[in-house]
Write a protein that binds this ligand. Structure first.
Ligand code: PMP
Length: 293
């Protein structure tokens, strides 16, 4: 069913409300001026993976957009778990969102209310390793990630996602699963909702996350690779270099670790390091403590 016509509960400004009643007015600043930030997380066995890191990034994104989330990191963490539980889910996607309300309808909106909602829904993870190992095909996006002096690049801000939606739609129309986006200087950056990694001579190479989202999954994968003794090199990667890599994978809360078989004219064969990191990531998300009773 459409997302506004489901059963269950959404946490809305401090309390759980019936799913279909979690509405907002058409004259909301967040809708017109994109004064809106969000998070994307997954719960495994009832526990939100790296909940605190996501809540902290949620706060940071809001501050970059010049507003303050009116609930502490601890309150947001508790609200996420309360919402997962209220909906009777244990493995699910978690979507906190915060936006400026309807008090002021112009570019300036200092005195508007900051609204916060948290919704959760079933989104099966694709941990079937053999399916993943086939790899997905990536198009090259026309749009680039903006210069950090042009846009709040490091925030998970709703406004930045128009570039992603346009690019993802174009990729799908052309028969690809997703698009690889370059940054404003033409260097490899990230996908429309995931970060990207490459393998070269047994080492992992990934772009420096200084003008696109530094994914929490990205940081987890770097950590898992290092724990395996794999060298991880964060550096500038130019598109022509794609020919020199043997494996490629993307990672993010939604994608988890997903191998890539094609990027534009370049071909990759998902291999042992991709498989190892899929399995390490799967073990890592499962080994969390149970949620507090
Ligand atoms: N880049 C973009 C544009 C994204 O939307 C996401 C998903 N939130 C990521 C990277 C990966 O971030 P994370 O690992 O924190 O989910």
């Amino acid at each position: 069913p459409p997302f506004d016509q489901r059963d269950g509960f959404i946490w809305y400004n401090g309390a759980l409300v019936p799913w279909r009643e979690a509405k907002l007015h058409v004259l909301s600043h967040g809708l017109h001026y994109a004064s809106c930030v969000f998070e994307g997380e997954r719960a495994y066995g009832g526990t939100v993976f790296k909940s605190r890191e996501h809540s902290e990034r949620f706060h940071t994104s809001a501050r970059i957009l010049d507003f303050e989330i009116p609930y502490s990191v601890e309150e947001i963490d508790a609200a996420k778990h309360e919402t997962v539980k209220a909906n009777g889910l244990s493995n699910c996607y978690v979507r906190p969102v915060a936006w400026r309300g309807s008090e002021m309808m112009a570019v300036a909106a200092q005195n508007s209310t900051i609204n916060v909602a948290i919704a959760v829904w079933d989104w099966p993870s694709m941990f079937d390793v053999e399916t993943k190992m086939k790899g997905i095909k990536l198009d090259i996006a026309e749009y680039r990630r903006p210069d950090p002096l042009t846009a709040p690049s490091m925030a998970k801000a709703a406004g930045l996602y128009m570039i992603c939606t346009i690019s993802k739609h174009r990729a799908e129309r052309r028969g690809f699963a997703d698009a690889l986006m370059y940054d404003w200087l033409g260097r490899v950056a990230e996908c429309t909702g995931a970060n990207v990694f490459f393998v070269q001579d047994g080492a992992l190479h990934t772009p420096i996350a200084d003008c696109f989202l530094d994914g929490i999954t990205r940081r987890t994968v770097i950590d898992l690779a290092k724990r395996r003794g794999v060298e991880v090199i964060e550096r500038r990667i130019m598109p022509e270099e794609l020919a020199s890599f043997s494996e490629c994978f993307i990672c993010g809360t939604g994608a988890e670790v997903t191998p890539v078989s094609e990027v534009g004219v370049y071909r990759f064969t998902p291999g042992e390091l991709s498989r190892a990191l899929i399995e390490d990531y799967s073990r890592e998300v499962e080994k969390q403590p149970s949620p507090a009773a």
